[in-house]
Design a protein around this ligand. Structure first.
Ligand code: PMV
Length: 318
């Protein structure tokens, strides 16, 4: 049996993170220049049903039976078996690699889960649909993040721009025109579970004010959707600023993110905001075409440990 290779891209949340956990809309796009990849290679000499896991990036070399029940890798493989109605995989080595920076709001965990579900199901000759892959990746996200909205698994499994409301069918966005973004990583690791959990405590202490802030974010998301679908992308800049300010008010930004946002604007970005769970991780800046490298360099000087210039185009993000 030949080796099967499957992959899933990273993602960027353009608008609406955190409020999306509270059933407000959010917009995310795939980041196809970085990806998680899983290769499935038949192991004819291994004992029947033995699933070896080889994840060199995280120095993990083990077998499925040695993983705890609630390990995200075990959850994904079990999800595939249950969805396909089979009891085990033929003996196989699953090699997991990823070029998506981890713990940085770029969807690395969801992408690994999606690529794994796709590789395992393709290996047994029954490739799952994008939506089935998304549902299985969601199970792993629940284990890792506690109470995820489902946006990460949706965008990486479908690899298309999405307008997402928790609990509703995903809507795919058809972008009217391309625009340029610079993504920059503060280098400060942050835990999505902790950020979402801490915000929940603040929401519980003062639901009325938080609900009003979430509503304002929802308005921004809907205005951004109109621009993305109809054109005039420079207008996204002020909306990004307004969304970042509300995320600061919600308490999910940090000094490093605020500094990079400010420096991006000073260097000529049309707008900038944190992207993902915040508390560290990444920010994104909307930049005039041609200014990507210059603004990325400024962000490096201001402390970013990783930057990437991308063009978000109707076909996807490179
Ligand atoms: O996984 P991250 O860091 O991109 O954050 C996900 C976005 C949140 O809205 C903060 C959480 C969620 O489940 O939607």
């Amino acid at each position: 049996m030949p080796a099967i290779a499957s992959s899933a891209p990273g993602k960027i949340i353009l608008f609406g993170e955190h409020a999306v956990v509270y059933h407000r809309p959010a917009i995310a796009v795939p980041l196809t220049g970085v990806k998680a990849k899983v290769t499935a290679l038949a192991d004819p000499l291994a004992p029947a049903g033995q699933v070896k896991i080889d994840a060199p990036d995280i120095h993990l070399q083990t077998t499925l039976e040695k993983l705890p029940e609630d390990d995200p890798i075990a959850i994904v493989i079990r999800g595939v078996l249950e969805t396909l109605g089979i009891r085990s995989l033929p003996a196989v080595t699953l090699r997991i690699t990823s070029s998506i920076p981890a713990s940085a709001g770029l969807g690395s965990s969801a992408a690994v889960a999606a690529a794994l579900a796709r590789a395992a199901s393709t290996f047994v000759g029954h490739p799952l649909s994008d939506e089935q892959v998304s549902q299985i990746a969601f199970l792993a996200e629940q284990r890792l993040h506690g109470n995820p909205s489902g946006i990460d698994n949706s965008v990486v499994a479908h690899a298309r721009p999405v307008y997402f409301i928790r609990g509703r069918a995903i809507e795919f966005l058809h972008l009217a025109e391309p625009f340029s973004l610079v993504i920059a990583d503060t280098g400060v690791p942050s835990s999505t579970m902790d950020m979402v959990g801490a915000l929940r405590e603040r929401w519980q202490a003062d639901p009325e004010r938080h609900e009003a802030w979430f509503d304002r974010i929802a308005e921004i998301v809907d205005r951004a959707r109109g621009i993305l679908e109809n054109g005039g992308c420079a207008e996204l800049g002020p909306l990004m600023g307004a969304n970042h300010d509300l995320l600061r008010t919600l308490g999910v930004s940090c000094a490093e993110l605020d500094l990079l946002v400010e420096q991006a604007l000073r260097a000529g970005a049309l707008g900038a905001k944190l992207s993902g769970a915040g508390g560290g991780g990444n920010m994104i800046a909307l930049v005039p075409a041609g200014d990507e490298e210059r603004i990325a360099a400024r962000l490096h000087e201001s402390g970013a440990v990783w930057t990437r210039s991308t063009v978000v185009s109707p076909q996807g993000v490179k």
